[in-house]
Design a binder for this molecule. Sequence first.
Ligand code: URP
Ligand code: ZN
Ligand code: ZN
Ligand code: ZN
Length: 534
Amino acid sequence: MTKQFNLVIKNGIVVTSGDSGPLDIAIKEGKIAYLAADIDANLAEKVIDAEGGYVMPGGVDAHVHVAQDFPSGANGVSAQCADNFESGSRSAVCGGTTTFLSFAHQNRCDPSILEVVEAYDKLAKESGSYCDYGYHVIITQPDIEMLQRELPVLVKNWGITSCKLFMTYAALQLRDNELLDVMFEARKLAITTMIHAENGDIISWLTDKLQEKGMVEPRFHAQSRPPVVEMEATSRAIVLAEMIQNPVLFVHVGSASAAEVIRSTQTRGFPIYAETCPQYLHLTWEDLASKKFHSPQCFENAKLICSPPPGPDNTDQELLWTGLRNGTFTIYSSDHCAFRYHDVRGKALGIIQHKESIEGSTCPIDDDHVHEIMHGKTGNFKYIPNGCPGLETRLPLLFNYGLAQGRITAERFVELTSTAPAKLYGLYPKKGALMPGLSDADLVIWYPEGHIKPFSLTNDHLHHDADYSPYEGMEFKNWPRYTILRGKVVWAEGELLGSKTDGQYQKRKPSQLTMSAVKTARTDRRRVATWLYQ
Ligand code: URP
Ligand code: ZN
Ligand code: ZN
Ligand code: ZN
């Protein structure tokens, strides 16, 4: 006899961004079919007993870098992400994430963003993906004619409804007039503009001063970017957004002072969205200067280098936790940007390129000899690629250190990790929700409390291709027990069951948050050119 449902999940505490309660979930043909207090197990081909654990919509990680090269600015060598679509998505499902959005990156020499997206899509198709995925586009060469020609095609043909703009990094930084150009074109098509807000000119000025003083070890990276650098760029981008009268989203907000500016803008009625990431809740400058590694001078501190850097001390961390609770932050993403430590295209560039800059010649180092050259060296932070791994640990960190410690509710957990990113980037309610008939059956099921022995994280637990995690040594009392992608169990009790042919590309709609916000936006009329849209 054919059964009515493919899968039923029984005895869980089902949590959405609005409610939670003891419900069973029935799944049919990859969709959520039915939620009820007691669904007959006999109606299902397969049953999972959640044994009282939380059952939530699968994680949506809206900020991930895979299969991406970063121009390093030195000797034409680019840093290479440790993960491609296959390894990144593998680690995603093992950590409860069922959809991620990564970046198709336009280099200055690329005249067409459509061609960049086509090439990036080829990489995704070649390597395959264990989870669903979509793309943002990074724009570094905003030629207006190209934008007017290609952005509508990007939205219509690819369902790409978001772009990222940088206010720092020599090879990526846009000037204010260029930011305005993209924001202006983005507004016409309801494209969400994501801003990396750091004042690149201050950073390069401070970097030069640090170099003059010989303060070049990895720990000085944070000194080249004190919180005011992020705060200034955030304030400036808000002024630009108000000028254009279109919301923006600040990615990877790391400092409490930037969060305060965002909060006060939201309070006076202009819609600004913001994201924070695990590194800003769990790391500080002190970690960068030896707490974790052998000595303050140790090159290993390069493992924790990301931009913006984590805040100086725990005060910033606590204020960011408050921001997660009170709505300043709309979403919580990983900014997974893994570079292998022992890799000539990874963090080792901080030693190799430093050596080359002193010796004035290129040094042909291969991966077999990278250990030798790295041993006992201190390197230079300005050549170290910025970014940390974090796709797989994103949900477990927020679960163990946020939800389980009473810092956020279970509903807020779901909102930050799944529902709000799905709404912000036009994936809702297919993703981020449990709506019968409408939502994909993407789920993460946690162990009931006390079910597993607490363990200390090592890199061996993880499924990325990075050779370290910033969170090694931290204690975890819970971890995703099952991950389900469109009705298929892809991760169960520590075993990867999915395959790299499971993931599907997701065409997205315009943002379901910023679209409505823009109609009700109240701006300070003294700030904007009111004639722009008359
Ligand atoms: O340090 C970081 N965040 N690297 C990743 C690239 C970016 O800016 O998001
Ligand atoms: Zn960024
Ligand atoms: Zn060391
Ligand atoms: Zn990033």
